[in-house]
Design a binder for this molecule. Structure first.
Ligand SMILES: CC(C)(COP(=O)(O)OP(=O)(O)OC[C@H]1O[C@@H](n2cnc3c(N)ncnc32)[C@H](O)[C@@H]1OP(=O)(O)O)[C@@H](O)C(=O)NCCC(=O)NCCS
Length: 182
């Protein structure tokens, strides 16, 4: 199976996670802003964050999909995660493009820049015909990223891993993507 490749965009390196990223990763996912956006429960602490990180890294080995660590080229700083998420859930729509940045790096265009590269990889290297994104209806910043990348809402439904609120299901078809961006 494909291991996580290292890719580059204009301002970012998309690379495999390292164990030494963990404190920066924790500071991102435990920031009040990210916890609020993702509705992270109070019970989720260091151990749960580490397991999530390990699962993202392991997904590359098992499925050839997963999250990249995002590194800012001009500083080497860890700024967030973006990738292709395809967990084993019966009602998951398919390969999802996901993005989360440390709040210090919001408002710079990094999620859209990394998302573009993840989409290119999903269509061209993984031969997907349709990519998805699952976003809570109140998550306006994430919706703005999805719109900039060309996704449209195709459904709103409850997902089994998050039964308290419905998610919007956003989709981007390869043909639509090629007609707009190639
Ligand atoms: C969702 C999230 C990744 C979006 O981050 P973001 O910084 O708003 O999105 P982008 O990286 O695409 O940046 C876009 C902004 O950068 C600005 N920008 C500045 N310089 C830019 C540049 N060189 N190129 C592009 N955009 C630039 C854009 O104008 C835009 O600003 P605006 O927010 O005022 O409209 C971030 O809010 C986050 O991590 N949220 C918590 C986790 C989360 O909700 N994840 C998604 C779950 S579905």
């Amino acid at each position: 199976m494909t291991v996580c490749p290292t890719l580059e965009t204009e301002r970012l390196v998309l690379r495999p996670f390292k164990d030494s990223d963990f404190e920066d990763y924790l500071s991102m996912v435990h920031s009040p802003e990210v916890r609020a956006a993702l509705r992270t429960s109070e019970e989720e602490g260091r151990a749960e964050a580490w397991y999530a990180l390990a699962a993202f890294a392991g997904q590359w080995q098992l499925r050839g999909t997963g999250m990249w660590a995002l590194e800012e080229k001009n500083t080497g700083n860890f700024v967030g995660r973006t990738g292709l998420h395809n967990p084993e859930r019966h009602d998951w729509p398919g390969v999802e493009v996901g993005w989360t940045l440390h709040p210090d790096y919001w408002g710079l265009g990094y999620a859209t820049e990394a998302g573009q590269e993840a989409i290119r990889y999903g269509f061209h290297e993984l031969s997907q015909e349709r990519l998805f994104s699952t976003i809570l209806p109140e998550n306006y910043r994430s919706q703005a990223v999805a719109k900039r990348l060309g996704f449209v809402v195709i459904d709103r439904r409850y997902l089994s891993h998050f039964p308290s609120e419905p998610h919007d299901i956003w989709a981007l078809d390869k043909q639509e993507y090629l007609s707009k961006f190639s």
